[in-house]
Design a protein around this ligand. Structure first.
Ligand SMILES: O=C(O)c1cccc(C(=O)CC[C@H]2O[C@@H](n3cnc4c(=O)[nH]cnc43)[C@H](O)[C@@H]2O)c1
Length: 241
């Protein structure tokens, strides 16, 4: 039986558009943790056929499961997955409301504690804890954000299952990843699902708070969501090469 990808494919009057879209354009899947982030990105993107924005839930596990489901259902496959949302910025690297485009996506708390310190999972001989962000996508995204005068930084984005909330855990993370620019809770889950399907991946975070002792009142969520909208607008005409 024929499989329908979405409602537009059921409508014969739109079949040409659908076929044309497959022939002409590459497809990009954007995963955001929560609806507010997804809506901000969608507002910025406006009417565009190459992006599909989905919510994946908070945390790396929900994110991996949702992304794997989206990728499994995709026909044709996506050409790029973007993990996008608000995030914490490391002091001196990514100030509030700046935009971090990842060069590496790192599972920062996947491993084992020992009295001598933390051992990452890869050093234990199991799997990996770092996925490279797609280089060409990074260059093009950074160029487009700069063209739109957005304050962009590049660097490693850490994925944590627990939001960092003390000076000591911040110091421990920075001891392991001194050039970390930002942290979020979904990137590595999304990246692992993408890598499993050989789809390039990248993470973009709009900085809502400083990584460090928890001070929820100081989080600048509305401003970070506004930045996500601006990122969407800047990427509207993005193409995957
Ligand atoms: O309360 C709200 O209105 C609201 C609107 C949009 C998003 C949120 C979230 O709390 C999203 C959770 C989300 O945020 C990421 N995040 C942000 N800062 C950090 C951080 O310092 N460390 C780790 N993750 C952070 C994370 O990816 C969560 O998915 C609330």
């Amino acid at each position: 039986m024929k499989k329908y990808r979405d409602e537009s494919e059921r409508d014969p009057s739109r079949w040409i558009d659908w076929k044309e879209r497959i022939r002409m354009h590459k497809r990009i899947l954007v995963m955001a943790a929560v609806e507010a982030e997804a809506e901000a990105v969608k507002r910025g993107l406006g009417e565009t056929s190459i992006f599909e924005v989905q919510t994946c839930g908070v945390g790396p596990i929900a994110a991996a499961a949702s992304t794997a489901r989206c990728l499994a259902r995709a026909e044709p496959s996506y050409d790029l997955v973007i993990s996008m949302g608000i995030g914490g910025g490391f002091a001196g690297q990514a100030p509030l409301t700046s935009i971090v485009v990842s060069d590496r996506i790192i599972a920062a708390d996947l491993g084992a504690e020992t009295p001598e310190g933390f051992i990452p999972l890869d050093e234990m001989g199991f799997g990996q804890t770092m996925i490279e962000a797609d280089g060409p996508a990074r260059s093009e995204i950074v160029a487009r954000l700069e063209q739109h005068d957005l304050p962009v930084r590049t660097g490693p984005v850490l994925t944590v299952s627990t939001v960092t909330g003390t000076a000591s855990s911040t110091a421990r993370l920075l001891a392991r990843y001194p050039d970390a620019a930002a942290e979020g809770m979904e990137g590595f889950g999304i990246a692992q699902a993408a890598r499993d399907q050989s789809v390039p991946v990248i993470e973009i975070r709009a900085i809502s708070n400083v990584v460090g002792p928890r001070d929820r009142d100081a989080w600048r969520i509305p401003e970070a969501l506004q930045q996500l909208e601006r990122v969407g607008a800047a990427l509207k005409h993005f193409t995957v090469h």
